[in-house]
Design a protein around this ligand. Structure first.
Ligand code: ZN
Ligand code: ZN
Length: 260
């Protein structure tokens, strides 16, 4: 009897109001019921996580509706909007990382590369180092999560410190490499994931919309599919790794790559 009574009472004490909708995935929620609650209009949302809730609601409804998902509600603080989108991208990118683990192993991809032009150094260490692609992916996503949850740089989710805005662009640049590695080295994994999530397309439009990355380094050609790019957006002819010079290791702007 006791367990039956317990099972019918949500742990947050909302049993008194059976009409109340709990918009939360409680422990033990099945896949079929995951996030399975009715939509709300943005104006009806009243928690401090309203922006996240709104973005997740739009994404779940139709991840391919990139323009709608990235279009801020009227009056929305744009820095919070950018911050919350980047949080969401990083969370979803973990889904790609999980799938990559099946075939991206340190013995197969010993370096983080996309095209042959760059070997990316992992900035998650005291001294940036050459982690294998899958370790780079894990370390970079962990580092991004730590930074986005840092009480020093992002103490609030209702206003973003001006001094922390610059962090968003560097996170974007680093996590983008997970897309580019997947695209150029694990195309089957990339395509299957992209087909379901449209994550790279959303991310690409997002970073262009808010000028967080330049077109030249957006090397996964999803913009062409969207009709937003042209040939000149693909590739980077500025430096070639085949020169064999030390400068070909890491990134052209190695100073920004090794920042903490
Ligand atoms: Zn790989
Ligand atoms: Zn690393």
């Amino acid at each position: 009897m006791a367990s039956a009574a317990l099972a019918s009472s949500p742990p947050d004490g909302s049993a008194a109001d059976p009409q109340k909708i709990i918009r939360r995935n409680l422990p033990g929620t099945s896949r079929a019921k995951w996030s399975n609650w009715p939509d709300q209009s943005f104006d009806e949302m009243d928690s401090t996580l309203t922006v996240q809730q709104y973005i997740q609601q739009l994404t779940k409804a139709d991840p391919s509706n990139v323009d709608l998902i990235l279009n801020p509600p009227e009056g929305q603080d744009i820095n919070v909007w950018k911050y919350e989108h980047l949080r969401q991208f990083c969370m979803e990118l973990n889904g790609l990382a999980v799938r990559l683990q099946a075939e991206c192993r340190p013995d197969v991809c010993s370096q983080m590369t996309a095209t042959e032009q760059w070997i990316f150094l992992c900035a998650a260490h005291r001294t940036p180092m050459e982690c294998s692609a899958i370790d780079y992916t894990r370390h970079t996503l962990d580092g991004a999560a730590c930074l986005l949850n840092s009480s020093k740089y992002f103490p609030s989710r209702v206003s973003i410190k001006e001094a922390s805005i610059g962090k968003l662009a560097s996170i974007c640049r680093r996590v983008y490499r997970v897309f580019s590695h997947a695209y150029f080295h694990h195309r089957g994994v990339f395509d299957a994931f992209e087909e379901e999530t449209y994550l790279c397309r959303r991310f690409t439009v997002f970073v262009m919309k808010y000028q967080l990355m330049t077109k030249e380094i957006l090397i996964v050609p999803v913009l062409e599919e969207l009709g937003l790019g042209n040939e000149s957006t693909v590739g980077d002819s500025t430096v070639s790794a085949s020169s064999g010079s030390p400068a070909s290791k890491g990134e052209s702007s190695s100073a920004s790559e090794t920042e903490a």
